[in-house]
Design a protein around this ligand. Structure first.
Ligand code: NI
Length: 184
């Protein structure tokens, strides 16, 4: 009998400069207990750090696993609420042509926000935590989270996507100048 599901342990999130953030992550082969524990840890780590998503390479695991966990929190007050979703071996299978700019931060890039263009809509497929293939259309902020986390699996961070001449701000500048103007 397997132990009851534990909430998972927050894991240290590695920071820009750690070479593991720049590796291309490896596809998951086994949907075993170790994967289940990793997914639980990732969900818990995102929640504890006010992330709206996290990818396995950010805790030093070179595996193609990401969590999309949009919810309003102090770092993203306007984020839509959804249940945390684990996506294993995720892929973008289609996207629209519209790209929208939006402000992003990253648990692995401390004290920075950048304006990043992302597809407004992406169609994705992935395995759920038990290995069943799913296909889903994501839009707006949730699509942005997916694209940001999927980049981590390819060894990219959002700073790589900020167009030359576009703005990067410190968190303090962001909350002073940008957030008040964009609140409804
Ligand atoms: Ni990130």
């Amino acid at each position: 009998m397997a132990a009851a599901a534990l909430p998972g342990e927050p894991r240290p999130v590695i920071q820009l400069g750690d070479p593991r953030l720049r590796q291309v992550a490896v596809p998951v082969q086994d949907f075993d207990d170790r994967l289940q524990a990793l997914i639980d840890d990732l969900i818990w780590t995102a929640e504890q750090t006010h992330g709206v998503g996290i990818a396995a390479p950010q805790v030093g695991e070179s595996l193609r696993v990401l969590i999309v966990a949009s919810r309003p929190n102090p770092r993203y007050p306007d984020a839509p609420l959804m249940a945390p979703t684990a996506m294993v071996n995720p892929r973008i299978v289609a996207h629209d042509e519209v790209m929208l700019d939006g402000w992003e931060g990253c648990l692995s890039v401390p004290d920075q926000r950048g304006q990043v263009p992302r597809y407004r809509t992406v169609e994705v497929d992935y395995c759920d935590r038990h290995g069943t293939w799913k296909r889903q259309v994501l839009t707006d902020f949730v699509a942005r989270i997916f694209q940001h986390e999927h980049d981590h699996l390819e060894g990219h961070v959002f700073l790589d996507r900020v167009p030359v001449g576009r703005t990067v701000l410190s968190e303090a500048e962001y909350w002073t100048y940008v957030a008040p103007a964009s609140s409804p």
